[in-house]
Design a protein around this ligand. Structure first.
Ligand code: R5P
Length: 285
């Protein structure tokens, strides 16, 4: 078995390689003069694990090229971050179900796929091969423990993320709740934990994705007003677009961390353990 990584998943791929005791294959990436992408993998074996977060269009193409380059072997595709997965339905006429389009394209030539904390697990049904979702809630809980907060309150930004938040909270037996939006008037909304008072608490807001940071920044401002002692943010996929990191820090969020599913300077948490466990536990012939 060998491991190939595309360009934006190199750190995570190296960690997976170390934990599995499986060599990484050196891969060369470049472009043709017209901008088209090129890659060349070193020597492969009869089984290949491709680690490739689809963080942008280039990485989607690199994933397809890597799968084709490894076509002599049995391929497990690990897509820690599956771009386009939030367009998982038609919100208006004439739109594609982008998550389905990407899942179908990535299904060709592989035997099985793994994703990490996908926004909606229903997207897995669009793969034409067995596809599994891996959660790193325990790893995020481990990070929260390292913060050494006294009696932290783990908050999901909405009800949909409560299962994930509960998985994080279970690590330390911490309190867990979700934020609820109440419209007070035409212009005014109140965002507060549904049942637990945030006053005097160290709060950790956890989410699958931080993209623009808008969701968390609004919540952080309101939690401050409600008397939270400190506010931290931890997510799986730190997309952090449009100045999200600064936006959150400016909103009074003391720390912002994410995982290596989307590699950037805030990726202090690793998904490697959870991915390796899932690959090993999968009943793969
Ligand atoms: C939405 O349901 C997701 O779980 C995230 O809360 C959302 O994608 C975050 O986006 P943003 O950071 O742009 O507010």
């Amino acid at each position: 078995m060998r491991i190939i990584s595309t360009e934006r998943s190199q750190v995570l791929a190296a960690r997976i390689s170390e934990k599995m005791g499986v060599p990484l294959v050196e891969t060369k990436f470049s472009r043709f003069p017209d901008g088209e992408m090129y890659l060349r993998c070193g020597e492969l074996d009869d089984e290949t694990v491709i680690v490739s977060s689809v963080v942008d269009n280039d990485m989607l193409v690199q994933t397809l090229l890597a799968v084709d380059a490894a076509d002599q072997s049995r391929i497990t595709l690990v897509v820690p971050y599956l771009g386009y997965s939030r367009q998982d339905r038609r919100f208006g006429p004439g739109e594609p179900i982008s998550a389905r389009a990407v899942a179908r394209a990535l299904s060709t030539g592989i035997e099985r796929a793994f994703v990490v904390n996908i926004h909606d697990p229903g997207v897995l049904d669009h793969f034409n091969i067995p596809a599994k979702n891996v959660t790193i809630a325990p790893a995020i809980g481990g990070y929260v423990g390292d913060l050494r907060l006294k009696n932290p309150l783990i908050l999901a930004p909405d009800e949909g993320a409560i299962e994930f938040a509960a998985g994080v909270a279970a690590v330390g037996g911490w309190d867990c709740d979700h934020l609820e939006k109440t419209r007070l008037s035409g212009e005014e909304v109140r965002i507060a934990p549904k049942t637990i008072d945030a006053a005097g608490r160290d709060v950790v807001i956890v989410d699958d994705i931080i993209s623009t940071g808008g969701t968390l920044a609004t919540a952080a401002c309101m939690l401050r007003e409600q008397g939270a002692t400190s506010i931290h943010a931890a997510c799986v996929h730190g997309v952090l677009t449009s100045g999200a990191y600064t936006r959150l820090r400016a909103a009074g969020v003391s720390s912002v961390v994410s995982s290596d599913t989307y590699e950037n300077a805030s990726s202090f948490i690793s998904a490697a353990n959870a991915i390796v466990t899932a690959i090993r536990e999968d009943a793969h012939p």
